[in-house]
Design a protein around this ligand. Structure first.
Ligand code: PEP
Ligand code: MG
Length: 581
């Protein structure tokens, strides 16, 4: 039977392929019966996951920050001890042998068994230990997943379509190396980091299809329409033929856009605009160059710390990554944002800080870097060292005040001092910038402008914090509105203040890559747009067809109204003739 499911489309056109279902939760683990000769390998997988879990917990214990609660060390020690308990280390092995089942299933059986035992206890204190035990088993399970799901293997599935509960931003970094034609997730909203990285992959994807994994079976044929946010499972012949046609049309329109790749980005009335690229990993530079980006406007360096195989990138490893990017971009500018970790981008070493009740309001971005000075210093040193080989700019994320920015600059000065003492060369004139993504920083922009060489507005977070909606929560996604009059007013305030102070300003949030907003942003004075590379030509196309003088009248009307319907109406007028709707 054919079914149609709706979610949030991440673009990337249309893909047609067979489903590959990936489980991730202990709650929905699948059971496999193993052949006799497969059992030794399964036992080894479990033991490897056990070793990895021990290493992870020991690392966490050895890196507890000084201000952490005293019980934390004892708690982690208890967790480590549990790993030696036969109920955890031996029972799953016995189950694998006895039931000829996969290791995940053995962990699930053992977790169920132990939970039941705890539930039956009379002692309240002991009863409470149930969650500790289950958490330890879950940790082993996650490490097992880490070494079971081989992205390359997934990629061998003849360009299949991954259907999964959720993909973390870190998962998506691995996805880049795989060969899937598209993906579908149960969870997700349009502005989550997962969606942003997903969009950057430029492959068809739809997120937030509740229950996708229960409605789709392995190997079923699926059509993903990433533009409309729709998937069709088991399409009939007519629908399939229609989508094959649409897929071809989409590819042809992309092909046509390529003709403007090398053209200068300038409006009809001669206003020059810079289009920069957002990247997550060094290899993304290839797309940036292909689309003739005038530089990297945002290198989300935190992804260096989110690789499954390495959450602890050293100074040397970071230096190599920055060097690769800067060398590859030749003389063009590369803006490296220091790690914006925390909230939904958490490496394992941050498990302690990561437990905030409100992670988006917790120790994220620059706050985490300032709290973890050794980590911060190694990153600043790596960036400075790479600055000797090209044009690097450094940018700090989540700055909430001029005072906080000052602290970050002070740390940068200390790193410079160290390198000078060691006679290590770096660019003494390296430009320093601040992200503007906290509303208070945007309002008090003058204090920030006086301390930096440039600013870049992170509209994804700015909107989240202005409108008080979690950007990762699909339940409130409908409120996420870049055209909220408050948002437009604040953007205008920041852009005009920066232009007046002669401090270069860009937008590097998703708004910059949204073609429906290009003319509005041009009209309020933006001249630098930084976006995922696959959107550069779409935005360029709009700029080439725009006249700043001509649009100014409608833009000023948009700035004067607070009526939502009127704003949308005026935006349609503004984009008249562009064929975007
Ligand atoms: C933003 O917040 O707009 C931004 C560019 O940063 P990120 O999306 O990585 O939080
Ligand atoms: Mg941000």
């Amino acid at each position: 039977m054919s079914i149609v499911l709706h979610g949030f489309g991440l673009g990337g056109g249309i893909a047609i392929g067979q489903a590959y279902i990936l489980d991730k939760d202990l709650d929905d683990v699948a059971e496999f019966t193993l052949e006799e000769n497969e059992i030794p390998n399964e036992l080894a997988r479990f033991e490897e996951a056990l070793r990895a879990t021990r290493k992870e917990l020991e690392y966490l214990r050895s890196t507890i920050p000084s201000g952490a609660p005293a019980e934390l060390g004892a708690f982690l020690s208890l967790n480590i001890m549990m790993l030696s308990d036969s109920q955890i280390s031996q029972a799953p092995l016995d189950l694998i042998k006895r039931e000829s089942c996969n290791a995940e299933w053995a962990i699930k059986l053992q977790a169920d068994f132990l939970s039941k035992q705890f539930d039956e206890m009379d002692d309240e204190y002991l009863k409470e230990r149930k969650s500790d035990v289950v958490q330890v088993l879950e940790r082993i399970f996650k490490n097992l997943e880490g070494n079971r799901f081989d992205w390359e293997d997934g990629g061998k599935l003849e360009r299949g379509i991954l259907v999964t509960r959720d993909l973390s931003p870190a998962d998506l970094v691995h996805f880049k190396d795989s060969n899937f034609a598209g993906f579908v997730t149960d969870f997700g909203s349009l502005t989550s980091h997962t969606a942003i990285v997903g969009r950057n992959l430029d492959i068809p994807a739809v997120v937030g299809i509740t229950n996708a994994r229960n409605l789709i079976y392995d190997d079923e044929l699926i059509i993903i329409d990433g533009i409309q946010g729709v998937i069709i499972v088991n399409p009939d012949k007519l629908v399939l033929a229609e989508y094959k046609k649409r897929k071809k049309e989409w590819q042809e329109s992309r092909q046509k856009l390529r003709a403007i790749r090398k053209e200068e980005t300038v409006t009809k009335d001669g206003v020059k605009v810079e289009l920069l690229a957002n990247i997550e990993v060094p290899n993304d530079v290839e797309d940036a160059k292909y689309n003739h980006a005038s530089g990297i406007g945002l290198f989300r360096s935190e992804f260096l710390f989110l690789r499954k195989d390495n959450h602890f990138a050293t100074e040397e490893q970071q230096f190599e990554a920055y060097l690769q990017v800067v060398k590859s971009m030749k003389k063009l500018p590369v803006t490296i944002r220091t790690a914006d970790l925390g909230a939904d981008k958490n490496p394992s070493w941050n498990a302690i800080h990561g437990e905030s009740e409100n992670p988006a309001l917790g120790l994220t971005g620059i706050r985490l870097s300032l709290a973890e000075q050794e980590f911060f210093r190694s990153q600043l040193r790596a960036i400075l060292r790479a600055s000797h080989y090209g044009q690097i700019k450094i940018m700090f994320p989540m700055i909430s005040s001029a005072w906080e920015l000052n602290q970050a600059i002070h740390q940068l000065d200390l790193a410079k001092e160290e390198l000078r003492e060691e006679n290590v060369p770096f660019d003494e004139n390296i430009q320093v910038g601040s992200m503007i993504e906290v509303p208070a920083a945007a309002l008090a922009i003058k204090g920030i402008l006086s301390q930096v060489d440039f600013i870049s507005i992170g509209t994804n977070d700015l909107i989240q914090y202005m409108l008080a909606i979690d950007r990762n929560d699909e339940a409130v996604n409908y409120l996420y509105d870049p055209l909220h009059p408050g948002v437009i007013k604040l953007l205008t305030h920041v852009i005009r203040a920066a232009n007046k102070a002669n401090v270069p300003v860009s937008i590097c949030g998703e708004m910059a890559g949204n073609v429906k907003l290009t003319r509005l942003l041009l009209g309020i004075g933006l001249r630098k747009f930084s976006m995922y590379s696959s959107n550069i030509l779409n935005v360029k196309n709009v700029i080439l067809k725009s006249d700043v003088n001509e649009i100014s009248l409608i833009v000023s009307k948009i700035l004067r109204t607070e009526n939502r319907d009127r704003i949308y109406e005026l935006l349609e007028d503004l984009n008249d003739g562009l064929n975007l709707y």
